[in-house]
Design a binder for this molecule. Sequence first.
Ligand code: DGL
Length: 270
Amino acid sequence: MNKNAIGVFDSGLGGLTAMKELCKIMPHEDIVYFGDTSRVPYGTRSADTIIRYARQDLNFLSTFEIKAALVACGTISAVALDTIKSDYSFPIVGVIESAAKAALKISKNRRIGILGTQATVNSGAYERKLTEADPNCKTMSIPCPLFVPLVENGHTDPNDPLTNGAIELYLSKLLPFKADTIILGCTHYPIIAQAIRRFVGSETNLINPGKEAALTISSLLHENGMSNNAGVGKHSYYVSDSTDNFETYGSVFMGRSINGEVHKIDIEKY
Ligand code: DGL
């Protein structure tokens, strides 16, 4: 099983935002998901640590003889991907380029807000991609370090008071910038998109990078004759800590039970 599979990974639950879309648009593919739940969050760590973790994550996924990998993590895509991608023989797709393209396609006033982890914001990766493609585009980036622990601990209800407090704290800084488009630049953030949407209003476009990257990897596999066109894809989930939270909150987000499909591994072995 899983030979010829697509590998998807993140520090935790966030990559499920890509996984959900991938399952929908590529129903014939086997997909192996890894969430590094024993070391989440990545976004507060140094570049060296993020690069080391990302290598171990990919080394683990490589044991499944995957045909491609989706880095369903803004932090790894921004900080580690360029350094490590040539070490692997399969194509590796990150989230930055796809999300930046989607934002530029939809923004009318060319004012784009970027929410991300501290590491993603510090890297300047989104700003670079956006302004390279359109030098007239203006950006404002806000690090939102409380969002990942809130999501990992299940504070995802749109009425959750803690999550709404954090949204107000971070996004009130962005409102005067008058962005018509906001990139939810950490894959955990679309899980609380409903509450974010309520705060910024219905006119603002919200970009989900996991979803955009899933569309990119799907096109890449189709164009290169690497996609499966028959059979029902098998999905398996691996985490590096207890499976309980991941099964509970992952099932809520995926809209179906993943209980019993999640396995624990020791990531330090890879
Ligand atoms: N979901 C990840 C991202 O897109 C990682 C967040 C974290 O672990 O800090 O950045």
